[in-house]
Design a protein around this ligand. Structure first.
Ligand code: MG
Length: 268
């Protein structure tokens, strides 16, 4: 009995390995394979090869990123010379700074740290911000044991949506934002065709999951959209606190587009 079970197990494993191998080969080649009386499904699309990039190791950008700040200077930003650079990081000062280049749909990586010496409270403690397209603020704040309105704490979409969890590290410790941004789209008459969406990982934790923005993030106005170009500069905020930034990079998100394929596939 035991040996019969063993033989069946071996046959099952062999079948699984063979089936997996056939799938692996056929999905690369793109022509449907017959396995017994089972015909593989092949999508009616010919995909280009996804570009090969080198992902970053801890603390370094991937090979196709546009590096906005590598610890040396803020020349990628208008007015960046007014922020202090020290030991590979930048300290907010005097005014907001905007990138010289404009960006639309993108992936943004930012590392930041609020002052180790805790001063002020609420919105006055380590406040800065990542203003995507210069209009949509992802709040930067010391939110470690610091009460404020929830949609104004760190990783909040300012005045629109709090983070799902508070993943803030202690004051003085370096923190990361990894942001996926889909900008709003407008027609030629300025009518909103598609709202903006944002997904954010704060210190590797999902805190905003494809959140739909209802407009720009203002301290005084109800959120609303005003038509703007598909690409605008990224802004970092100066909010009278000495917040530090390092290792800032951005990748424009471009969908991969296939061509119609002629290979047989399962009919609809
Ligand atoms: Mg702010």
């Amino acid at each position: 009995m035991q040996s019969l079970l063993s033989r069946r197990l071996v046959r099952f494993v062999n079948f699984t390995l063979l089936f997996t191998a056939v799938l692996a080969i056929s999905s690369h080649v793109g022509s449907p394979q017959l396995f017994g009386d089972v015909l593989e499904y092949v999508a009616p699309v010919v995909w280009p090869q996804p570009p090969i990039i080198q992902p970053g190791t801890a603390g370094s950008p991937p090979s196709d990123a546009i590096v906005l700040f590598d610890g040396k200077d803020l020349s990628a930003f208008k007015g960046g010379e007014d922020w202090k650079i020290k030991d590979g990081y930048a300290i907010t000062d005097k005014h907001d700074i905007d990138t010289k280049q404009a960006f639309g749909d993108c992936q943004i990586h930012v590392e930041w740290a609020t002052p180790e010496k805790v001063e002020g409270r609420g919105q006055g403690r380590g406040n800065s911000g990542v203003y995507i397209m210069g209009l949509y603020e992802i709040q930067v704040l010391d939110s470690y044991n610091n009460d404020t309105y929830y949609d104004g704490q760190a990783a909040g979409v300012y005045k629109q949506h709090p983070p799902m969890v508070n993943a803030c590290r202690k004051p003085g410790e370096w923190q990361t934002y990894d942001i996926l941004w889909e900008g709003p789209k407008f027609d030629a008459q300025g009518k909103l065709l598609k709202p903006a969406y944002v997904t954010i990982l704060h210190n590797g934790v999902v805190v905003q999951n494809h959140f739909e923005l209802t407009g720009g993030t203002s301290w005084t106005e109800k959120p609303h959209y005003t038509a703007h170009p598909d690409k605008l500069p990224l802004r970092l905020q100066y909010h009278y606190n000495q917040t530090r930034f390092r290792n800032i990079w951005i990748r424009e998100i471009k969908d991969i587009v296939g061509k119609p394929g002629n290979n047989p596939h399962h009919p609809d």
